[in-house]
Design a protein around this ligand. Structure first.
Ligand SMILES: Cc1cc2nc3c(=O)[nH]c(=O)nc-3n(C[C@H](O)[C@H](O)[C@H](O)COP(=O)(O)OP(=O)(O)OC[C@H]3O[C@@H](n4cnc5c(N)ncnc54)[C@H](O)[C@@H]3O)c2cc1C
Length: 546
């Protein structure tokens, strides 16, 4: 067995883990070991922005999770990607940088997460980014993550923006600082020139030069080392099946993500007793909230066949693709710099008093509206997702074996409000695409198709074809009540020496895409962890093999 010791052991080199590894090692007297189950971020499709669609079910850079088959989604088991490797999900995500609504974070404080309101958090959003378009009081200019505008969006995107304005949405130049009413805008991307600006690239790579940071890849953590209720380290196994133990003299920090973190707690006997009994794991600390409160955004797409306007479809095949590749290499522009979508919108259905649907509009379309391989004829798509779904699910282990996949049950569409909001959102999307500014390019609606002209037919389409938009959070909820898993400083209840810093601690899902908020959480956590650190800095690092 190999064994190591450091002040802090961070499990998971995803969005949050990379931020922490960087910020904690700014103090040269503090030794950190960052452990990651996956490998280094060498795959070229990680770095080329448009490459993300080819990685969603990749055998080495994702965990290849699937949800449970659920009657609410027509009995389908839905692909549920999570990144694996340096950068975690930030290395495979759709690059869309969208901050939450202030109200989202304010609601965390009202739900019991002390001090978690938007005003307190705003400086940490800014600290994580460099907004490449200049300064604004709300935006950061010196942070590790580069945030850029989409370069030269195709004409069809401008047509959609005009059509949306005609349909009642206001054009907003910077959706990350302007007021968030019903609006239409161009997405901003976590892109640094021609390359993805992942947490690994922005935060980890510069920190890896520091002698007080050790990054261990290919090591899957299987459990926590505990003395009573104190967590003193982690156990894991390398790809070559070598057991490894790492001791933390100060804290173990779990940043293994919305699935990985509750999974590790449960594997270690921390969780709901009934769940642990079922999996054959002895309960060490009863924490009934572990793995519950799983929330996600669920998306379906309207698809349109287009004539008279260029789209990504025809540029992503054959000779045209070769030209795009050349363009990317020479000028860093073109289809290969596109993110999951180029135009976004916030719409308000008749069921809400503030925006409740986000549109993700791309100058490209997929068969059956499901993200994957682009169709070859010109097309556009408009993804529709409810911003604050009520449906809640869970993730739990079913076995004490680390190789056994957990049960992921998001319970999409289990709330009537969620079902109705999706249907209303599709109708607003159709209204936008019926405006003359964009309708003049449209040959036909390919999915769901004009025959789907009743609420029932639209809901059936939602059930049959929807999927995750990859924003799962909340499975180790922060708060001060019995069902919360961590307190307002992200310390795991009933333990000492253990913290969770990742998307799993969000008390409720943000109205928008989640990566910006995970970056913020980790930046703020770093300050919470560091402030007592200055007083107790020690050099406890040792490396030995036994
Ligand atoms: C396909 C996809 C597209 C997305 N698109 C967007 C987008 O466009 N915009 C946006 O804002 N958000 C997007 N998101 C969401 C966003 O990327 C995530 O919310 C965010 O990255 C989560 O960060 P995290 O630190 O909580 O977890 P992750 O980044 O998932 O990191 C967890 C890390 O822990 C590691 N790990 C897990 N278990 C273990 C273990 N037992 N031992 C060792 N290591 C372990 C994992 O391999 C992983 O590297 C997307 C996500 C995905 C998956």
């Amino acid at each position: 067995m190999k064994s190591y010791t450091a002040d802090y052991v961070i499990v998971g080199a995803g969005t949050a883990g990379c931020v922490l590894a960087n910020r904690l090692t700014e103090d040269p007297t503090v030794k950190v070991i960052l452990v990651e189950a996956g490998e280094r971020d060498r795959h070229p499709f990680i770095h080329v922005p448009a490459g993300f669609v080819r990685l969603l079910d990749h055998p080495t850079v994702t965990w290849r999770y699937r949800t449970e088959a659920d009657a609410g989604t027509s009995g389908r088991a839905i692909l549920f990607p999570r990144g694996r490797g340096l950068g975690g999900s930030s290395a495979i995500n759709g690059l869309l940088y969208v901050r939450p609504f202030a109200e989202d974070i304010d609601s965390w404080e009202r739900a019991g997460a002390n001090g978690w309101n938007f005003d307190n958090c705003l400086p940490f959003y800014s600290r994580s980014e460099t907004w490449t378009e200049g300064s604004s009081p709300q935006r950061g200019t010196h942070g590790p993550i580069q945030v850029s505008r989409v370069k030269n969006p195709p004409e069809i995107c401008s047509a959609v923006v005009q059509a949306a304005q005609k349909a009642g949405l206001d054009f907003v130049d910077d959706p990350n600082s302007d007021t968030r009413g019903p609006s239409i805008w161009f997405y901003q991307q976590t892109r640094d020139g021609r390359r993805r600006s992942s947490a690994a690239r922005g935060y980890l790579r510069p920190a890896m030069a520091r002698p007080n940071l050790t990054v261990v890849t290919g090591l899957q953590v299987s459990g926590l080392e505990m003395n009573g209720t104190h967590v003193s380290g982690i156990n894991g196994t390398t790809a070559a099946n070598i057991p490894v133990q790492i001791r933390a003299t100060r804290e173990v920090i779990l940043s293994a993500g919305v699935i990985g973190t509750p999974r590790l707690l449960e594997m270690s006997g921390i969780g709901d007793k009934a769940v642990l009994d079922n999996a054959g794991v002895k309960t060490r600390i009863a924490l009934p909230g572990v793995g519950n409160n799983l929330q996600d955004h669920y998306v379906v797409r309207l698809g349109y066949r287009v004539r008279g306007a260029g789209t990504a479809n025809e540029r992503a095949h054959g000779l045209a693709l070769a030209r795009e590749m050349m363009r990317y290499v020479v000028s860093g522009t073109g289809v290969l710099t596109y993110s999951a979508a180029l135009v976004g919108g916030f719409a308000q259905t008749r069921l809400a008093t503030r925006p409740d649907v986000q549109f993700v509009i791309a100058p490209g379309s997929f068969a059956e509206g499901r993200i994957g391989v682009l169709e070859s004829e010109p097309g556009v798509s408009c993804g529709v997702w409810q911003m604050r779904p009520e449906s809640r699910g869970h993730v739990h282990i079913t076995s004490s074996e680390i190789t056994a996949a957990p049960t992921i049950a998001p319970s999409y569409l289990s709330s009537e409000l969620d079902r109705n909001t999706m249907v209303e959102g599709l109708k607003i999307g159709r209204r936008i695409f019926a405006q003359p500014e964009v309708a003049r390019y449209i040959v036909d609606e390919t999915v769901p198709g004009r025959q789907a002209d009743t609420d029932e037919a639209l809901l059936q389409y939602v059930r049959d074809n929807g999927s995750t938009v990859y924003h799962a959070v909340g499975t180790c909820r922060m708060g001060e009540d019995e069902m919360s898993v961590v307190d307002s400083e992200m310390r795991v209840r009933g333990t000492t020496g253990l913290r969770i810093v990742d998307g799993s601690v969000m008390p409720s899902i943000t109205s928008t895409n989640t990566n910006a908020t995970v970056l913020m959480l980790a930046e703020r956590a770093a300050d919470m962890i560091r402030s007592p650190m200055a007083a107790h800095a020690s050099s406890t690092y040792s490396k030995e093999t036994v």
